[in-house]
Design a protein around this ligand. Structure first.
Ligand SMILES: [Zn+2]
Length: 604
């Protein structure tokens, strides 16, 4: 065990317990003056110069209908034929409610959407479809596509991704060197949310051989149509072992989340879209006597410590065009929202601030990270064409925005990465943040008449976060030599981890446990029954000199993913590696408070 010799505090205030409100002021040019990397000009889409050679915003907003109208159309007999759900499994919409959701003017014909089908596209059909797209792309000059094997599900089902590009090769090195933004589209992390998966097959085909193909001149696209095939096979939300993989993107306990992390680490997408569906009735009907209405619920990353410029890009370059594109198709939208299982608690929350979901973790990886949810859980195949149309319209808008902003995004990413790297050893970072309580009018539906039912709810907004706990940002973290599992998980996230080559001393703060509770957090951990409880501790810090032995680890924060390492390694949060048993003990982590002078090496 390394020796950690406490030294008395130097009269500094306990920064780590001083709460402060996070403000989100408008971005200023002062930021730009601090760096040699020029900021992208912040031109709102509506005022962009019409002479711009890029796709105009107007074209962007209208692109979705122009594209989708030419998709192959199946028999008109499908229109209006709403397959009935298995008895007892669903509570399908009443006729009056169903009338509010007419089928779109196009019909999508993926395998799972064929007339007469009662099951969605099978895993074998998805694989065949992806391979068909690579063959089709090969017939187009200048387009390359490949099916990537990215892992296996817990039941041994191959996990596959499709990469499409106009670069000379599909490997990450070539794509990163070419410098065009890569968009990662993923669907069906939750197995009972099929519309995103079917829509991604449509998108794959239109990129490989359809009207979206010209976008590949400006962007690369990675598609993982079905991230959780085991869950899909049994129409369940969670993976085979009962974990909610959408909360596993920091811990990486599941092979499914690991596969996505590896893909993200290698291709470093600039934009990530996570396609889901949401519960229509359930506890919302029980709490509010109403059904949820919106065709699409949208949100971007809302974790603490996100660069303001990234949030601004998500809002102005992506969400606003998304709203216009969906409105143009007669599709309604709302912020993503959820509510607790406690029927007495009628508070409604925008998605959480925890750094565990794809949405938030990919934001902390400095991607524009978007969540798109359609109205689909609990209603079987009802309105499935409209649900797929919503996803296709939304994703087309995201691809359009990326193609249009490729140059701006190419400046934004290095700017953000430089700024974040420069934050090491400086200021404070937020350990725990909470949404801001406010009120919001939700338009829901009367379950009998189908009429709009506006309801004003207590609403937790994640657009402005309250800091509950902040702490001085260290220069890096020392991890004991036994912390190999944590080091491996961090590296899979793309975080740089170094190893101590020669023993030496580090000045740092160790964590002293002041209280402890264990808690089974259902929302975070899903329906797991394996006793994987979370260790919730409160800590104080003690300054000291650490003798770091050879073979122990150092995680520097002067790297672009420093805030992701901070999220994993500060122990006193429900998402942390300590709370979730990836790090076994508090003394295995020390906050290093001055730049280390000991000899370090890159891991192989
Ligand atoms: Zn979901």
């Amino acid at each position: 065990m390394p020796r950690f010799q406490p030294i008395p505090p130097l009269g500094h205030p306990p920064l780590w317990v001083r709460a402060r409100a996070l403000t989100l002021p408008g971005l200023t040019l002062l930021l730009a003056a601090c760096t040699s990397v020029p900021l992208p000009p912040w031109t709102p889409p509506a005022t962009r110069h019409p002479a711009s050679p890029r796709v105009s915003p107007e074209t962007s907003a209208q692109a979705a209908p122009a594209v989708v109208q030419v998709f192959p159309v199946a028999s008109p007999a499908i229109i209006g034929a709403l397959p009935t759900a298995p008895a007892g499994q669903f509570a399908p919409d009443s006729a009056a409610v169903a009338a509010r959701f007419p089928a779109p003017s196009v019909i999508y014909n993926t395998p799972g959407l064929q007339a007469g089908r009662t099951t969605f596209t099978t895993q074998a059909e998805i694989s065949a479809w992806l391979h068909d797209q690579t063959a089709a792309a090969a017939r187009s000059a200048g387009i390359k596509a490949a099916v990537l094997s990215i892992g296996e599900s817990q039941r041994g089902v191959p996990l596959e991704a499709l990469i499409l590009t106009s670069a000379t090769s599909t490997d990450p090195t070539t794509l990163l060197a070419a410098g065009k933004p890569t968009v990662l589209l993923m669907g069906q992390q939750h197995g009972n949310e099929p519309a995103g998966s079917e829509a991604l097959l449509v998108i794959a085909r239109e990129l490989a051989q359809g009207l979206l193909q010209p976008m590949l001149q400006n962007i690369n696209v990675l598609i993982v149509p079905r991230a959780n095939p085991d869950g899909a096979a049994s129409n369940q939300r969670v993976t085979a072992n009962g974990l909610d993989m959408n909360h596993d993107h920091l811990l990486l306990d599941t092979p499914e989340a690991q596969a996505l992390a590896r893909l993200t680490r290698d291709y470093q997408p600039t934009v990530v879209v996570d396609a889901h569906e949401y519960v229509v009735a359930g506890r919302f009907l029980q709490k509010f006597g109403a059904l949820r209405k919106s065709d699409a619920l949208l949100e971007y990353a809302t974790a603490a410590n996100l660069p303001e410029f990234l949030t601004k890009a998500a809002e102005e370059w992506y969400r606003r065009p998304l709203l216009a594109a969906l409105k143009g198709q007669g599709l309604s939208t709302e912020w993503y929202y959820t509510t607790s299982m406690d029927l007495a608690n009628k508070k409604v929350s925008m998605g959480n601030t925890w750094p565990d979901t794809s949405r938030n973790v990919n934001g902390l990886k400095n991607a524009v990270s978007l969540l798109i949810e359609t109205r689909g859980v609990g209603i079987g195949r009802q309105h499935i064409q409209r649900r797929v149309h919503t996803h296709v319209t939304a994703i087309t808008s995201v691809l359009n925005s990326t193609a249009q902003r490729a140059s701006d995004l190419g400046q934004l990413r290095p700017y953000i990465e430089k700024e974040l790297s420069a934050e090491a050893c400086k200021g404070e970072a937020i350990v725990e943040a909470a949404p801001t309580p406010t009120q919001h009018e939700l338009v829901m539906l009367d379950p009998v008449t189908g009429a709009d039912k506006p309801i004003t709810v207590d609403w937790n907004s994640t657009l402005v976060l309250q800091t509950l706990k902040a702490r001085a940002r260290p220069c890096g973290y020392w991890l004991s030599a036994g912390s190999t599992k944590a080091a491996d998980r961090l590296r899979l996230l793309g975080v740089q981890v170094l190893r101590v080559v020669e023993p030496g001393s580090l000045l740092g703060d160790s964590y002293q446990e002041t209280s402890r509770a264990t808690d089974q957090d259902q929302e975070v951990r899903g329906a797991i029954a394996s006793g994987n409880s979370i260790v919730k501790v409160q800590v104080s810090l003690a300054r000291g000199v650490l003798d770091a032995p050879r073979g122990s680890y150092y995680v520097p924060l002067n790297q672009p993913l420093g805030n992701l390492a901070f999220a994993a390694l500060e122990p006193d949060t429900q998402s942390s590696y300590f709370a979730n048993h990836i790090l076994d003990s508090l003394p295995s982590t020390v906050r290093v408070m001055t730049e280390p002078t000991i000899k370090l090496e890159e891991l192989p």
